[in-house]
Design a protein around this ligand. Structure first.
Ligand SMILES: Cc1cc2nc3c(=O)[nH]c(=O)nc-3n(C[C@H](O)[C@H](O)[C@H](O)COP(=O)(O)O)c2cc1C
Length: 458
């Protein structure tokens, strides 16, 4: 299909989320690479580009996870700076977007604006900034401002940072090559300066957002161009899309202005039965006996080394009131005794061992999509037809080979169904994603593009 032929079906796109922490990536197989080896990044990025993926995506963790007072080394620990990695990848790719997660709580806007714009220029207009606020104070202890912002204040601050970064990007005057002064008063610190770089072929980096609270969603609806969510299953994704489009329209934008990309894992094989067999293997590898115990130790707050991972959940009560924040496996501060009681009850009712229980509640594949290539392609076509998502940010469970079957087997099935691109739409990330011009470059609030929802709100 050429770019000028009418599209009969709505399409979805893919990004790849290269996970640097947690147990969703299996790093213990002989074929596994290393999370700090450039070869791993290169292979994944180039495979994704071969599969016409819109974006290569990196998270950010500004402090290593800890567990019972030690580095949590059951998960892979340590990852290079995202912008440095992406700059290196810009040199070995030519189309794929390069998304750096950078938090707005600890980074200064002037520095951030310049680094992101540099990546955007060096990559020919392929950069994006995934704005996060980071949900824990312990990360802040690494910085001179030591966790100084409450949850709600982080979004107020993030919005000011984003607005300032955009003003810096926009401060370059195309007409005469001069730059306008950007002056902002933040209270905590002020900004007085001029942008130091011209615009890139996509004007400026695309803005992603990841954060799921009401404040986070509203912030995305006002300021972002893509939202990265954790709601990948059909029903949840559907409800999320309706909510985000409502918020986006309320913010005075076309309802489809904010593209929705949930994270997702796929386990695929020739037949459904084989895919489920493979999924069992993946879960076994993701949740080892030691990982299962560590998962419960987050709640119990003490070593459970004497418990059998294949036996029942611990009969002792947690020694802490709430789970620690420097956790090894994705918890918010939960009430420990309440959680332990609920988990014991569920495990007893379903006759689950520790490991089986952790498979159930902690397994990354609970939200994953498992099936034959054809089945999954049919399901994804439904997501496209019903406009549930604009794409998926895929986490491969194996690095560096985990995208191979998605690109070689799933992508052609989707293309055959007309629900996946057959070529890149252009050279920039903004073009790949079919985004409108940046929010600050669209004219005045009366501009039709700011006001008219382009399809019915669900
Ligand atoms: C899908 C998703 C991915 C995220 N990735 C990161 C990340 O890589 N680094 C980070 O510091 N925070 C990340 N966050 C957390 C956000 O920074 C945010 O601080 C957190 O979710 C709290 O905001 P909320 O209450 O609005 O969800 C992510 C959040 C979501 C939903």
């Amino acid at each position: 299909m050429s770019a000028t032929q009418p599209q009969e079906r709505n399409q979805i796109q893919f990004g790849v989320f290269f996970q640097g922490v947690n147990f969703s990536t299996i790093w213990t197989e002989p074929e596994s690479g290393s999370q700090i080896d450039f070869e791993s990044f290169r292979r994944v990025a180039q495979t994704a580009e071969r599969g016409l993926f819109a974006a290569f995506f990196l998270g950010e963790g500004l402090r290593l996870r800890e567990h019972l007072g030690k580095l949590h080394d059951l998960d892979v620990a340590g990852r290079p700076d995202a912008q440095t990695q992406l700059a290196a990848l810009a040199a070995v790719t030519s189309k794929i977007g390069l998304v750096a997660t950078q938090n707005a709580t600890y980074n200064d806007p002037f520095d951030l604006a310049h680094r992101l714009q540099s990546l955007d220029l060096l990559s020919g207009g392929r950069a994006a900034w995934n704005v996060v606020t980071t949900d824990n104070a312990w990360t802040g202890a690494n910085f001179r401002r030591g966790g100084y912002l409450d949850h709600a204040d982080r979004y107020t601050h993030a919005e000011q940072v984003v607005e300032t970064v955009r003003a810096i990007w926009d401060s370059w005057d195309d007409a005469d090559g001069s730059a306008r002064l950007v002056a902002r008063d933040f209270g905590a610190f002020d900004v007085r300066g001029v942008g130091r770089l011209p615009r890139s072929p996509q004007e400026h980096p695309v803005l992603f957002q990841a954060g799921d609270s009401d404040e986070g969603r509203d912030f995305a609806a006002r300021s972002a161009e893509v939202i990265f969510s954790a709601h990948g299953q059909f029903e949840a994704a559907s409800a999320f899309a309706a909510d985000i489009r409502r918020r986006t329209a309320l913010a005075g934008r076309p309802a489809d202005d904010l593209k929705i990309f949930p994270g997702q894992q796929f386990v695929l094989a020739d037949t459904e039965a084989e895919a489920h067999e493979k999924a069992l293997w993946v879960r076994e590898k993701q949740i080892t006996p030691a990982t299962a115990l560590a998962f419960l130790e987050n709640i119990w707050g003490t070593s459970l080394a004497d418990y059998d991972p294949d036996g029942p959940l611990p009969d002792i009560d947690p020694v802490v009131e709430v789970t620690g924040e420097t956790r090894g496996a994705g918890f918010r501060a939960k009430k420990s005794k309440e959680t332990a009681d609920a988990w014991r009850e569920q495990a007893a009712a379903e006759n689950l061992s520790i490991r089986e229980f952790v498979f159930k509640v902690g397994g990354r594949l609970e939200g994953g999509i498992i099936g034959s290539y054809q089945q999954v392609a049919d399901l994804l076509a439904r997501y496209a037809d019903e406009h549930i998502v604009d794409g998926f940010n895929i986490s491969p469970f194996l690095i560096p080979s985990g995208l191979d079957d998605i690109v070689d087997r799933l992508v052609p099935e989707l293309q055959e169904r007309g629900v996946y691109p057959t070529e890149y739409r252009g050279d920039t990330l903004r073009e790949h994603l079919g985004l409108r011009p940046p929010l600050t470059r669209r004219g005045e609030p009366g501009d039709a593009a700011r006001q008219t929802p382009s399809f019915d709100l669900v």
